[in-house]
Ligand binder design. Structure first.
Ligand code: BT5
Length: 265
């Protein structure tokens, strides 16, 4: 079923969200959000799609976004230059907003740095933040959020690693209610971000992630693998590890795998 966008608009509370735009089928909400002309962009404008034909993951990976089965959306942010060292936090805010919304449904999900929400080690949501810059100035941030909502199953390569809210709850999920909850949460956390209350965001994240003090391997952007124990998330949203060599190192991005012995599922 298509999304009832009017109903969503009418039910946003104290929201920073300025506009909701719905497209039944597009390549990627992130692509569109990056391509919209500067003159038409507004802070906290949201692009939502019924389906994405070329949904994007990180590092040119694909994001499977079948018609009406999930929430596929991008939030456009214009935070300005003074936050340029804090932009990684926007990915964390996106994930936290979804995580809290699905927790409210009674689902015991966990956050995996930097962009995943997992349920029993399977991925229920992924976040992809992209930036548009002019010269060395970032003038637009697009926080893309994909939530698996009403899929009944996953095929082939995603079968063992992905899950939808419907599969978890064993019933069809109301996408409008979920979207309202996510956008209301996003407004709260982006409000904190703009008030520079970064520590409140980080504290929440650390509480909700299941990685502190666990041994992990991270494939970092330089293509190297590092192993160590997670000791912190920094005030800029980086992951801080105590490496096996004993040295501390922070990472701004990367793919993390948690050592098997720490996994319950
Ligand atoms: C992500 O990348 O998890 C970011 C996903 C962001 C998707 C949203 S949807 C709205 C907005 N517009 C876009 O075009 N994108 C954003 P990454 O951590 O790199 O994970 C990608 C990997 O997850 C893929 O290589 C697959 O293995 C797996 N995957 C693909 N589709 C999936 C799905 N629907 N559910 C769970 N896993 C999936």
């Amino acid at each position: 079923m298509k999304l009832d966008i009017e109903m969503v608009r009418d039910n946003l509370e104290n929201s920073l969200i300025s506009e909701l735009k719905y497209y039944d089928s597009i390549t990627s909400t992130n692509e569109l959000a990056l391509d919209i002309k500067d003159s038409l962009v507004k802070e906290c404008m949201v692009i939502i799609a019924g389906e994405q034909t070329k949904g994007r993951g990180r590092l040119k990976r694909n994001w499977f976004s079948p018609q009406y089965q999930g929430l596929w959306m991008s939030i456009i942010l214009l935070p300005g230059q003074k936050y340029k060292n804090k932009l990684s936090l926007l990915t964390l805010i996106g994930a936290l907003s979804v995580h809290e919304a699905i927790k409210k449904m009674g689902i015991n999900s966990t956050l995996k740095w930097p962009n995943d929400i997992l349920y029993e080690s399977k991925k229920v949501c992924g976040v992809l933040s992209q930036f548009k810059s002019v010269g060395d100035k970032i003038n637009r941030v697009v926080v893309g959020i994909g939530v698996n909502v009403n899929q009944k199953e996953f095929d082939d390569e995603l079968k063992g690693s992905s899950v939808s809210l419907r599969m978890i709850k064993d019933k069809k999920i109301n996408k409008e209610k979920l979207l309202i909850e996510i956008l209301n949460n996003f407004s709260i956390y982006y409000g904190l971000f703009k008030k520079q209350q970064f520590n409140n965001i980080i504290k929440k994240w650390k509480n909700e992630m299941d990685m502190l003090n666990k041994n992990i391997t991270i494939n970092s952007l330089d293509g190297k693998k590092h192993r160590g124990k997670v000791i912190d998330i920094t005030q800029s949203g980086e992951l801080k590890l105590k490496l096996d060599s004993g040295k501390n190192k922070t990472f701004i991005a990367g793919d993390v795998s948690i050592d098997k012995k720490f996994l319950k599922y």
